[in-house]
Write a new protein. Sequence first.
Length: 209
Amino acid sequence: MAEKLGILGRKIGMTRIFDEDGVAVPVTVIEAGPCPVIQVKNQERDGYNALQIAFVAADEKHVNKPMRGHLSKAGRGLFRNTREIRLEDAAVYNVGDDVTVNIFSPGDLVRVTGKSIGKGTAGVMKRWNFSGSRSSHGAEKVHRKGGSIGAHTEPARVWKGRKMAGHMGARRVTTINLKVVAIRPEDNVLLIKGAVPGPKNSLVMVRKQ
């Protein structure tokens, strides 16, 4: 399925700016692009239309040999990160072109995809918002437990998808309907209202809504 054009960026952190009425607006600062086009795919040759873009220059020792050969075809150097975006109008771009923050405008709605902050192993109260057991009346050392998981003679197993303690965070997350507050092309910076997934300095993809 075709997507909207997007750009790779690095989450710098959060701050606030003031609008025309003097109201404080919380924003996430993202250093986005410029992202060179590494490859243009088309329906005839590849079976679908897409752009492959890159971000963050890399030393040769950090890029494996097959990737070095692939990136060298674009003549733009070596990069740490590459992502593919399916576009119906991918043919309007050429290998070597730059995708910059100018594809967005203040007021645009975007979706931001990133890897959420890892929380390690978490219990059911933190991970799934369980209420836990009662604090008194016979409850001993089970206050934050998950309780019964439902297994009995029938079905003699735990149903798939059961909410239990386990690894939390560090997964791909997309936040939608975020508003672009401001663009600073001279610094390759996007200011997006609200929070976006991931810790500081993490890689994010910003796409048109």
